[in-house]
Design a protein around this ligand. Structure first.
Ligand code: OOB
Length: 551
């Protein structure tokens, strides 16, 4: 595995090309072709601002010009941490135009995560908002910059909005100030091309894994594989140029961006509308105004959307399909959502690593409500195996292993982790426990990875435990997920203390001080005299969860 190439074998690559999955077209070139083919159609809407495909193409050129002026070029990694706004899309395609590689950070990430991403990716720049959700991202970037030390890779911070007094911070507006010049030429490779000379097999972006280890791993996605991810989802969802997609969840989340999301919609010639927040009030106003046809949600939003729709004060007539995924959707909520909104519901069981499962638009209600869908590609290979790695019969729970035309073969710069995260023949060990039905539909029944899924936001237990142990009073810690009505799962930290136990508030303050994203703060702290161990001497988290349920 090199930095810029994924490692499917030659045979597999040839097969995926022959099947038409990999089309050999970079994202930079795709946007150029879309602008040439249907430049007058509306591509993107953000508040009162809207851009046609031709205008989006021009914005990408302008941003690329500005980024090139900063010395950014092919293969360079840039961490993008922006809330839902048009600038995310401009930056993303601006980077594609240079053959540079966006790293999708989440708006909630803080010092620890951002610093880690910059270090692992050896990012040359970060793009952040000035403030978002009452948090100053410029201050965060000051810390990240200061902490990287003299040998650090970071050279630029681009700020969307007010860059503040620091002369080292580049305002986004200055980036796009220069009218496009050389960048519109389509001749040859290099700085003047549509894609900076990128190869379709190159890494086009780096996604974050939910993580089971200390810090999130980076997932390399190539132009060929990621475009197929978006297109295969778009086909199942029957997207076309009439599609109006509303981006409600964070735009950098794989679900929102490419399942089919932003990229699938743009590749179908449709319109992407960005929602500044996920409330049903904001979303429904946009549905009415823009004629939104499709959107995607995580399960915790579903009851709010159902309730607000029941108020009867909205015209949701344009909306035809609502996807729900990222965490297990309770069956009763799946059953009420469709009638409440007057839409088809689709369950989505996906992962940043690749494999996407969707229920089909014509699936019977029972499959839609009680399964998490089936793979989008005929070439997705799925194995359900027991603890010895032997395939189990349909209907029997086992771990989901998968490989295919858009599933990673290795995390970025994580050789040691890769040795255990994949089988010798290249299957990704998902850590999810599923049951497969004879129809191929999967039911997610559990998980063997040490991760908590809090309403779609993934928390690696180890990462939080390590941070808990930095508190002077905590001598041992175990983070456990327990069922929760609102979040599906909430996180409970069992701690062993020397002396007085810190309260939940103090722990939260400590973790914040350590620069950990807020959603990773334990929902509850339980002091215990000691942690129970399994026969092999590991912390017995099942026993801890049981203990909590008993109380
Ligand atoms: C999506 O991606 P990630 O990378 O944040 O998380 C993947 C993990 C899966 O391995 C599984 O444990 C869980 O999230 N998950 C679900 C689920 N969808 C994801 N568990 C139960 N039911 C579901 N429907 O979460 C993601 C990526 C693309 C599309 C949709 C979700």
């Amino acid at each position: 595995m090199t930095d810029t190439q994924q490692t499917w074998s030659e045979t597999e690559s040839a097969r995926y090309r022959a099947a038409g999955h990999w089309q050999g077209v970079t994202f930079g070139t795709r946007l150029r072709r879309a602008a040439a083919g249907h430049g007058g159609r509306v591509a993107l809407v953000d508040g009162d601002r809207r851009w046609t495909y031709a205008e989006l193409d021009t914005e990408a050129d302008r941003v690329a010009g500005g980024l090139r002026g900063l010395g950014i070029g092919r293969g360079d990694r840039v961490v993008v941490q922006l809330p839902n706004c048009a600038e995310f899309v401009f930056i993303w395609f601006g980077l594609q135009r240079l053959g540079a590689v966006p790293v999708h950070a989440m708006p909630g990430h803080r010092n620890r995560e951002m610093g880690h991403l910059v270090r692992v990716a050896e990012a040359v720049a970060c793009v952040v908002p000035d403030r978002h959700a009452r948090f100053d991202h410029r201050e965060l970037m000051h810390e990240v910059w200061a902490e990287q030390g003299p040998g650090g890779s970071l050279r630029h911070v681009v700020v969307v909005g007010d860059p503040g007094p620091d002369p080292g911070f580049v305002p986004f507006e200055a980036l796009r100030a220069e009218p496009p010049s050389t960048s519109t030429s389509t001749s040859g490779s290099g700085s003047g091309s549509d894609d900076g000379g990128a190869d379709p097999g190159d890494v086009a972006l780096l996604l974050l894994s939910g993580g089971t280890t200390g810090l999130p791993k980076l997932i390399p996605r190539t132009h060929d594989d990621y475009a197929y991810n978006a297109r295969a989802c778009a086909q199942v969802c029957a997207l076309d140029s009439e599609t109006v997609y509303l981006a409600v969840l964070p735009i950098g989340f794989n679900f929102t961006f490419a399942c089919p999301g932003v990229l699938g919609t743009l590749m179908a010639g449709g319109t992407v509308v960005v929602a500044p927040d996920p409330s049903p009030q904001t979303a429904f106003a946009l549905v009415e105004r823009e004629g939104v046809t499709l959107t995607s949600l995580t399960p915790p939003l579903v009851p709010h959307w159902t309730d607000e729709a029941a108020s009867g004060s909205w015209d949701l007539g344009s909306l035809t399909l609502v996807q729900v995924g990222g965490a297990r959707l309770p069956e009763d909520q799946a059953r009420t959502l469709g009638p409440a909104l007057g839409v088809t519901v689709q369950q989505v069981f996906g992962m940043a690593e690749g494999l996407i499962n969707l229920t089909r638009l014509d699936d019977p209600e029972d499959l839609v409500c009680a399964t998490q869908g089936r793979p989008v590609s005929p070439d997705d290979e799925v194995l359900v195996v027991d603890s010895e790695g032997r395939p189990v019969p349909d209907g029997t729970p086992g771990e989901l292993l998968t490989r295919g035309p858009y599933t990673l073969r290795g995390y970025y710069r994580a050789e040691e982790h890769n040795r255990t995260a994949f089988t010798p023949d290249g299957y990704y060990r998902s850590g999810d426990v599923v049951r497969r039905l004879p129809t191929g539909h999967l039911v997610v029944v559990g998980r063997i990875k040490d991760q908590i899924n809090r309403g779609g936001e993934k928390i690696a237990a180890v990462e939080v435990e390590e941070q808990l142990l930095t508190h002077p009073a905590i001598t041992a810690a175990a983070l456990v997920g327990v069922p929760d009505e609102r979040w599906g799962e909430r996180s409970v930290a069992f701690v062993v203390c020397a002396g007085a136990a810190p309260g939940a508030r103090e722990v939260a303050a400590h973790l914040k001080e350590r620069g950990l994203a807020g959603y990773k703060t334990p929902d509850e702290i339980v002091r215990v005299p000691g942690l129970p161990l399994t026969a092999v001497g590991k912390v017995d988290k099942a026993a801890l969860a049981q203990e909590l349920l008993r109380r």
